[in-house]
Ligand binder design. Structure first.
Ligand SMILES: [Ca+2]
Ligand SMILES: [Ca+2]
Length: 320
């Protein structure tokens, strides 16, 4: 701006300062006024430059704003996702907690049941041990009793085998006069005659019948053992001459238990009469079937059942 005229002579100094605005500044120093003037074009350039800079800054800010907005949106999405996941996890956690509580309850119940079962198992084990002990004691007692029984049975056999030779024989001899003749043996309420001759099965039976007896009938294992112990090879009162293979005793009864030797009866060449022999060790496998009429080599045994005690009720056979 032009200075007042009176001061035109004074040093006028125009200083262009690119850094100043259009505002004029002045100062006084030793009567010198200094004006700072900035041309409009320069100001416009400066403004343009500042505008451009501001525009650039605004664009950058806008870009940063946009970026921040996008980041914020992404963060929001992430946040929402995380929130959802957290809720799901919370639900699952709650479910798991429930399940754990149920399992804990069941575990406690099972533990209690196991303890009860353990107690019962221990009780049963105790009872079993006691029973085992009692069983062992009983077994030992049974074995002792069995041994004593066997000994007594043996003694009884000896005593019975000898009975006829003692008082009963005396009574029989005195009352009948017949059955104490040589050759008769006594066993279990029966008398057995032992022949010294050898005859056919039919001849042997006839001889027995004439003595008021019959060929021996063996009805028990004990009787079989007794006859076996006589150490005879003799006819017994058993035949299948009526129907081959159907063995009957001479009193008409059917054979129920036989004491055949291994492989017998074999009916080799029609063998219809039974014999007992003693060449075997086992007393209950000593029978054989043989030819009734053609074999003359065997002695025979008769038997007669007595009622007990024989000296009170025994009577002579009617046909004698
Ligand atoms: Ca036969
Ligand atoms: Ca035979």
């Amino acid at each position: 701006r032009p200075a007042p005229r009176e001061k035109r002579q004074q040093t006028l100094l125009l200083i262009m300062d690119q850094e100043t605005s259009t505002q004029v500044k002045h100062t006084h120093r030793q009567n010198i006024t200094v004006y700072y003037v900035c041309p409009q074009s320069l100001i416009r350039d400066q403004l343009q430059t500042r505008y451009n800079n501001l525009t650039k800054e605004r664009d950058q800010l806008q870009t940063r704003y946009n970026n921040l907005t996008r980041e914020r949106d992404q963060l929001q999405t992430s946040y929402n996702n995380l929130t959802e996941e957290r809720d799901q996890l919370q639900t699952r956690y709650n479910n798991l907690t429930d399940e754990r509580d149920q399992l804990q309850t069941r575990y406690n119940n099972l533990t209690r049941e196991r303890d009860q079962l353990q107690t019962r198992y221990n009780n049963l084990t105790d009872e079993r041990d006691q029973l085992q002990t009692r069983y062992n004691n009983l077994t030992r007692e049974r074995d002792q009793l069995q041994t004593r029984y066997n000994n007594l049975t043996k003694e009884k056999g000896h005593i019975q085998a000898n009975k006829i030779n003692i008082s009963q024989c005396v009574h029989l001899c005195s009352s009948t006069g017949q059955y104490c003749q040589e050759g008769w043996r006594y066993f279990d309420s029966s008398l057995y005659f032992l022949s010294t001759e050898k005859k056919t099965w039919e001849e042997s039976r006839q001889d027995c019948l004439e003595r008021g007896a019959d060929l021996v009938i063996i009805n028990s294992r004990e009787e079989q053992t007794f006859v076996f112990n006589l150490h005879l090879r003799a006819w017994i009162g058993l035949t299948d001459s009526v129907t081959e293979g159907t063995w009957k005793w001479v009193d008409g009864t059917s054979l129920t238990t036989g004491y055949w030797s291994a492989g017998q009866p074999d009916d080799r060449g029609q063998e219809d009469c039974a014999e007992i022999y003693f060449s075997k060790d086992d007393p209950v496998t000593t029978w054989n079937d043989d030819k009734c009429g053609t074999n003359h080599n065997w002695i025979w045994s008769c038997f007669k059942t007595l009622k007990w005690p024989p000296f009170l009720t025994f009577s002579l056979p009617h046909n004698h």
